[in-house]
Design a protein. Sequence first.
Length: 630
Amino acid sequence: MCGIAGFVCLRGAEPPPVETLRAMCDTIVHRGPDAEGISHGGGVGLGARRLAIIDLEGGNQPLSNEDGSVELVFNGEIYNYREIQRALRGRGHALRTGSDGEVLAHLWEDRGTDFLAPVNGMFAIALHDRRGRKVVLARDRLGIKPLYVAITPGHVVFGSEIKAILASGLVGRDLDLDALRQFLAWEYVPAPATLFAGIRKLEPGQLMEIDLDTASISTRSYWDVPEPVPPGGGDRDGALSDAEWEDRVEEALARAVRAQLVSDVPLGAFLSGGVDSSLVVAAMGEATTFSIGFDDPSYNELRWSEKAARHLGVEHVTEVIRPDVAGLFDRLMHFMDDPIGDFSIFPTYLVSRLARRGVTVALSGDGGDELFGGYDTYQAESIARRYGRVPALLRSRVIEPGIGALRPRPAKKGLVNKARRFVEGFHHDPGLGHARWRLFAHDELFGRLFTPSAQEGMKVPTGRHVLELFERCRSRSRVDQLLYVDLKSYLSDNCLVKVDRMSMACSLEARVPLLDHELVELAFRVPDRLKLRRGRTKVLLKRLAATKVPAECVYRPKEGFSIPIKNWLTTSLEPLMMDLLDGAGLAEGGIFEPGAVQGLVDEHLAGTHNHSHLLWSLMVFQDWKRRWGR
């Protein structure tokens, strides 16, 4: 596990000095505190900060082939590297280290741009082919590891985090107003955009090829979830029983977990006591697991993780926390140069910090909801179809005014909070499907929130990325359309960003076996009835989990990994909110209408509305602008 950074000179541009490359790497030292590696020459700079996981003595980067004509830095792990090593040696390659990353250089020699086909892992790669006069950037299939790229007239600059790119001094800091609109609506910036107009994400499963002679740059996708096999197309999946599907998924998950146990340093797992993490831990066998809880009972799930841990017979390390969120804010925002508005960065950071005291690698259960249908939004979409048949007058004059008159409750969810949230989402664009319940701002509100000059710079409709994803997966079943959209947006642009940033902030490697690409491909072949059925979510995984841990751990209401920000904004976080959303500061930026923002603050403090998601995103952005903007 590492962080990478570097540059490519185009059209004879002057290369930055090696000190610049070192400065870029210094910004991501938290990703790799164990060693630094630099290659600088021929108009290409490759840099890496290393967190040593495999081949502790011999795996320092950059890594290369036998004659050094192919050189690379990479962030991540190649789980099947031993199998690839054997195959390479059988074809005459001489490998000099036991590192997993070295195989990539030799695979490039053998296969060229198809070099990632046999690779199973999570990674972001920068490879320099000196003989072929090419530089290749690539990101793993699901987007577990990040890679940012900026293209200027004279350079391509890249890094595991945006701060590394900014440290090059080659890229401007202009704000992308369209990206800001999306961020406030969704709590993340949809790929490939970032809040910086000149910096983009390399998307999951993409490969960028840079020709050093012609300065041409091409980007292509090398992987996507396979298209469904049409009926009568030779597919035998339809003949499988539910029990056979359960066996297939269980076997695939066990293989993925076994593969991801490879490590030369201590390894553990996060355990919430829910479906996904319990299945991962059960497949590990002996394990050390970690979980945190909070002093607010509605946000404390330690009883479930402890119950699951006892049942699985694993060593379980827990901690009850009343975090100083205001104090943590400044530290965590340092890692939000590509920000997300997800509250759960705090518990993710805190459980990562707890785990790092005992291990260097932790397995996580992320991905199960997107593969097997675990979110409340899927249920909301089903309920909406029935609610839409209720007479409009009854909805608008009785039901919705009644729900709107109820004050939000301080608990995490509950019937009142769910009902209010459902009605809000129901009135968003139905073309967004289930994703409309992830929207936290709408066009009418944006018309009041943004100044006229800011609105002039906003051309992209709020939900365009979701509509484009639905269009891309039209051939799939409706259930798999919902899952595909989340896999390609909410998972990669929010959830995985959160896990990567907060674990790496603690120099902890987080692995996600449920996102093994072979398991992902299998999951999209599983029949819809084993994902969502009559209002039940994650049918197949829950059946499997119920054979590993007590059924009460499995069939309890989904809570999510969060903290009571909505309550803290009226108490301990109120001073921070008032500072960041100060009217004079907002007016100076020329982006927001201070009166509209103050209206949101007043309603939240009065308890008549829960604006915590939008207020928090506004706070995160204002801090981002102070920290990273012009």
